[in-house]
Design a protein around this ligand. Structure first.
Ligand SMILES: C[S@@+](CC[C@H](N)C(=O)[O-])C[C@H]1O[C@@H](n2cnc3c(N)ncnc32)[C@H](O)[C@@H]1O
Length: 209
């Protein structure tokens, strides 16, 4: 986990993952599982553009991010677009007592590779706590099969000075199956700004085991 605010010192238009519209894989998966006005939770929501897309499509949205800069941008974006949404500055790897309205689906896009393995149990336990019974959890994070980005191996340095952890399907499966029922897990290719990324798509449901 990178403790510092990764948005500090980067002009917003230079942020590598900044995109105004969510990727099709996120839109299509979410729309196929829950219809508006279900409540979505955007974990590691970043600048709030994906949350804004779903709010514009009739969903209720909340977002959580560890970065003060990201949360303040998301709030500002919602203000400009006259949208409703709640954003929380929070480290999902620490114990939290926040209570949210019932969440039907929580998603995280390109977030878990920022969380090192030793912090992941706490992160996933928090997600489970925030999600309604029967709610869905969609996680999409970088795969160690990626050969285009940051070299090889699990820990890889990026051009903006972060060090990310690239997972295997088995690791994600072992972690998530302790807390969720896994509905689908697979390797997928994501469009990147400059190069495509190999990622792990894991769709889960919170249910009593
Ligand atoms: C690569 S960005 C992706 C942002 C957004 N999901 C998107 O796709 O545009 C990763 C995000 O995860 C957030 N993040 C990293 N560690 C976190 C943590 N422990 N708790 C909450 N958010 C975290 C970062 O601040 C950053 O906004």
């Amino acid at each position: 986990m990178n403790e510092k605010d990764i948005y500090k010192g980067i002009p917003l238009d230079k942020i590598p993952w900044k995109r105004e519209t969510p990727p099709d894989i996120l839109i299509n998966t979410i729309k196929s599982l829950v219809s508006s006005p279900s409540h979505l939770l955007d974990l590691g929501c970043g600048l709030g553009h994906y949350a804004a897309y779903f709010a514009q499509n009739g969903y209720k949205v909340s977002g959580i991010d560890i970065s003060q800069i990201a949360v303040s941008h998301a709030n500002q974006l919602f203000g400009i677009k006259n949208l409703k949404g709640d954003f929380y500055e929070l480290d999902l790897c620490k114990t939290t007592n926040i209570t949210l309205p019932p969440i039907e689906l929580a998603y995280e896009f390109e977030v878990l590779h920022h969380i090192y393995p030793e912090y992941r149990k706490m992160y996933v336990q928090n997600v489970r706590k925030l999600l309604s019974e029967g709610g869905y959890y969609l996680s999409i994070c970088f795969s160690k099969k990626d050969q285009n980005f940051g070299g090889e191996g699990k820990y890889r340095k990026t051009p903006i000075g972060t060090e990310l952890y690239f997972s295997s399907v088995e690791e994600i499966q072992d972690l998530m199956s302790q807390y969720f029922r896994i509905l689908e897990i697979k390797e997928v290719e994501l469009e990147g700004k400059t190069i495509p990324h190999q990622a792990i798509f894991c769709l889960m449901q919170k249910s009593k085991f």
